[in-house]
Design a protein around this ligand. Structure first.
Ligand code: PGA
Length: 243
């Protein structure tokens, strides 16, 4: 695991944005794994800005988002699909058929998880997976637990996770769904390359555990230590807290 820090979140987003744009240019059929949350917002804005300035062509790119709330899907307020449409997809020319997403409104959620696994495999796997990290060490919605499910599956969300997501539901934690669908850690670890981004004071402890702690299902992000190509990108608010 390599680790790099940047003075500000904006500088981190600029560096990673440039790297992703270069990857899209070099490999027009790139397969990207994408997160939602507060963390990637600056990155998505940067990618949209560069795309406008430099006329970047995303028409061959495929994407797979990490997770979605159960009972929410395209067009629903608070769904991760809507988050991604508004903040990223609608600003680029990725064909809708190339956008891989879990549908939390699918009639059979187990079948939906299996469909998603097959779709990732059919795309040839994920080339570059971008991740955030939860304050509890979750990745996607793989919450700390006695054991982890390797493949895409349905999960019950931890209360701190629901609280952190109230932001997308007008601050009302009661409206945050109790369950979600998420890529499993096994699916995530099959990506050829992984970049984890962490910014802001609240992430200091989690990143310390990620970099220095043991590998444990009680801290799902720790499994990233087992992957040969993980880069951790931090702003100074996080880096300043590392021992
Ligand atoms: P955040 O979420 O970017 O909103 O902090 C990160 C995560 O939970 O993975």
């Amino acid at each position: 695991m390599t680790c790099e820090s940047f003075p500000t979140e904006a500088e981190l987003a600029a560096a990673l944005g440039r790297r992703i744009i270069d990857a899209v240019r070099q490999r027009p059929r790139l397969v990207l794994g994408l997160p939602t949350g507060r963390t990637p917002l600056a990155l998505y804005q940067e990618l949209i800005r560069i795309t406008g300035d430099e006329r970047v062509d995303w028409s061959g790119v495929r994407t797979f988002n990490l997770d979605e709330f159960v009972h929410l899907g395209p067009g629903d307020r608070g769904s991760y699909r809507t988050f991604m449409e508004e903040r990223f997809f609608k600003h680029l020319n990725i064909p809708p058929a190339n956008i891989g997403f879990l549908d939390g409104r699918a009639p059979d959620l187990d079948a939906e998880c299996e469909r998603y696994e097959r779709a990732v495999t059919a795309a040839g796997g994920i080339d570059l997976m971008m991740l955030g990290i939860g304050v509890n060490g979750h990745i996607g919605f793989n919450e700390p637990s006695e054991s982890l499910v390797a493949r895409t599956h349905r999960v019950t969300l931890d209360e701190p996770t629901r609280a952190a997501n109230a932001l997308w539901f007008d601050g009302d934690v009661q409206r945050v769904p109790r369950e979600a669908l998420t890529m499993g850690m096994g699916t995530i670890l099959q990506a050829r390359e992984i970049v984890l981004i962490a910014s802001g004071e609240a992430k200091g402890e989690a990143v310390t555990a990620l970099l220095r702690g043991g590998v444990t299902t009680r801290f799902p992000a720790s499994f990233l230590q087992l992957h040969p190509r993980v880069q951790v990108m931090l702003d100074d608010l996080v880096a300043g807290q590392l021992p």
